[in-house]
Write a protein that binds this ligand. Structure first.
Ligand SMILES: Cc1cc2nc3c(=O)[nH]c(=O)nc-3n(C[C@H](O)[C@H](O)[C@H](O)COP(=O)(O)OP(=O)(O)OC[C@H]3O[C@@H](n4cnc5c(N)ncnc54)[C@H](O)[C@@H]3O)c2cc1C
Length: 489
């Protein structure tokens, strides 16, 4: 965890050096001491520190500086770090100005120059100020922060990507928390760059604007390039099938690579709760299953390239050559394709524009938390839909499943039907309600009427989480009445 900062500002380099030296010798173990020889550059620095999520404990400025005096600097600096303690360094002649600054500009203290010996004229007062600051100090989040808006598909894609790749991050919805003072200060410190959403801020102070998952992947060190150009076994697809093959192949000593275009775990990684997987009697989340499988594969030495897409395959003698999306190639003796299935998209007018902005395929697991008090529609009646409905019911006010059949019995596993009947009463006191599975809704009619956009705001309050039965990618068939819920097999 980075140390909080003590910032001193003085245009006189001798005084600046002296104050830095004294601060460092007394407080260097607990604080980072930074000096600046101009108030303008100190303000720039403070903005950078704000973007990095650093904490500033003390601002110590000389009163007499050209262009901007100490009081003016401290007033501006307070806009960026309102909790920092503020102190002036003054000459004897400026004592009156310093006293009035304490009253008018909320300066906490003033020190007279010279402050020798510091043990008498500097440290006791600073100790007092810093103790006071420490009492209210909550260390800032140290990690990746993502700034975006909930209704932006690009923000959703990025959050989903980070969550599925198990990269921890803090989400800052700049629209929702527009009135939050800390968000305001961060957005101001970013300046015009704050408009290039989604913005990703990294703990090292760097940032990505209009960030794409692939750029973030590189920055956080996800491996997208193969270490060698030949493998005994290459697997395309990192769902449960691909991961299992990777574990078995590598455990038999095969030099194995797995190529996954989104995130290891595949569809299973999106499941809020898997209860029918062998070996986990009380169930586990798809994310947990993926994490365990990845750890197991890596322990056997499997190289996982993700996000990376296989875009072509050819054979040369006994070798299979795989072409990757970044135009690189790798070859192998044995190639296994475990590319799974694709979503069957809902044929409803206007739906494409709303994907990732209120309409989610696969349950929008990262979205569930934001649905507090909202109304959720889950389209589909097979297992994925059942799990998502139960997950959303933990947060939402009401969850309605839209199904075409007379009941869920033909499409949903019995254990989920039983669960869904018990679900409605939440432990947190809200009243999430799963509509009775027997509720029959005419799918196309209700959706098309709900989605005809009169005004953006008219429909954006409603979440549609489309969890349809899946079909093999190549068929692209219409929604059929016979559900084909996928299962681990
Ligand atoms: C929300 C949800 C909940 C579910 N819950 C359950 C449950 O409780 N119980 C159960 O039995 N089943 C459940 N399932 C179904 C289960 O997840 C699937 O049956 C299972 O994931 C299929 O595994 P797979 O490895 O064959 O394919 P997938 O999981 O589809 O994985 C295929 C992977 O291949 C990748 N890929 C495809 N093409 C390429 C390419 N060209 N290059 C690189 N990578 C590529 C994809 O990105 C994907 O990650 C659920 C599914 C969902 C979506």
């Amino acid at each position: 965890m980075p140390k909080p900062i003590l910032l001193s500002v003085d245009d006189d380099s001798d005084v600046l050096r002296a104050i830095e030296r004294d601060l460092r010798s007394q407080y260097g173990a607990e604080y980072r001491v930074i000096g600046s020889d101009s108030p303008e550059s100190a303000l720039q620095l403070l903005k950078q520190l704000k973007v990095r999520n650093d904490s500033v404990a003390l601002l110590l400025a000389d009163q007499r500086m050209p262009r901007m005096d100490g009081v003016a600097f401290l007033q501006e600096a307070t806009q960026i770090f309102p909790d920092a303690k503020r102190a002036l360094l003054t000459a004897y002649a400026d004592t009156n100005a310093a006293i009035s600054a304490i009253n008018q500009a909320s300066i906490n203290y003033f020190f007279l120059k010279p402050w020798d010996p510091p043990t008498e004229h500097l440290y006791p007062q600073l100790n007092d100020l810093l103790d006071d600051w420490q009492a209210n100090y909550h260390p800032a989040f140290q990690g990746i922060r993502v700034l975006g808006t909930r209704w932006s598909p690009r923000s959703y894609e990025l959050r989903d990507f980070l969550a599925r790749n198990r990269v921890p991050y803090q989400w800052i919805d700049v629209e929702y928390s527009a009135n939050d003072p800390e968000t305001k200060r961060l957005v101001e410190a970013l300046g015009p760059e704050a408009a290039s959403l989604p913005v990703v801020l990294f703990p090292d102070g760097t940032k990505l604007l209009e960030s794409l998952p692939a750029d973030v992947a590189q920055k956080v060190g996800l491996r997208t390039r193969a270490q060698t150009d030949f493998y005994d076994l290459a697997i395309v697809g990192g769902g449960p099938a691909g991961l299992a093959a990777a574990v078995y192949g590598a455990s038999e000593g095969l030099h194995t690579v797995m190529i996954e275009r989104e995130a290891p775990g595949g569809q299973a990684g999106m499941s809020s709760r898997i209860e029918n997987y062998l070996g986990f009697p009380s169930g586990l989340s798809g994310n947990d299953l993926a994490r365990r499988a990845v750890a197991q594969a890596q322990r056997f030495g499997v190289e996982i390239l993700s996000p990376q897409e296989a875009v072509g395959v050819r054979t040369e003698g006994s070798y299979r050559i795989i072409k990757l999306a970044d135009k690189s190639e790798l070859s192998c003796h044995a190639l296994m394709i475990a590319s799974g299935v694709q979503w069957r998209k809902l044929d409803a007018p206007g739906i494409d524009r709303l994907q990732g902005a209120g309409v989610y395929y696969g349950g929008g697991a990262t979205e569930a938390l934001s649905c507090k008090g909202e109304m959720i529609y889950v389209v589909g009646g097979a297992n994925s839909a059942g799990q998502a409905a139960m997950n959303f019911a933990k947060y939402a006010d009401r969850v309605v499943m839209l199904i075409r059949g007379a009941s869920l019995a033909s499409t949903m596993s019995q254990y989920l039907i039983t669960r869904s009947k018990k679900r409605p009463i939440s432990s947190c006191g809200r009243k999430p309600v799963l509509s009775r599975p027997t509720e029959k809704v005419v799918l196309k009619k209700s959706l098309s009427s709900a989605l005809i956009p009169t005004k953006w705001n008219a429909y954006r309050r409603t979440q549609f989480s489309f969890l349809l039965e899946r079909c093999p990618a190549q068929t692209g068939s219409e929604i059929s009445s016979s559900a084909t819920s996928a299962a681990f097999c």
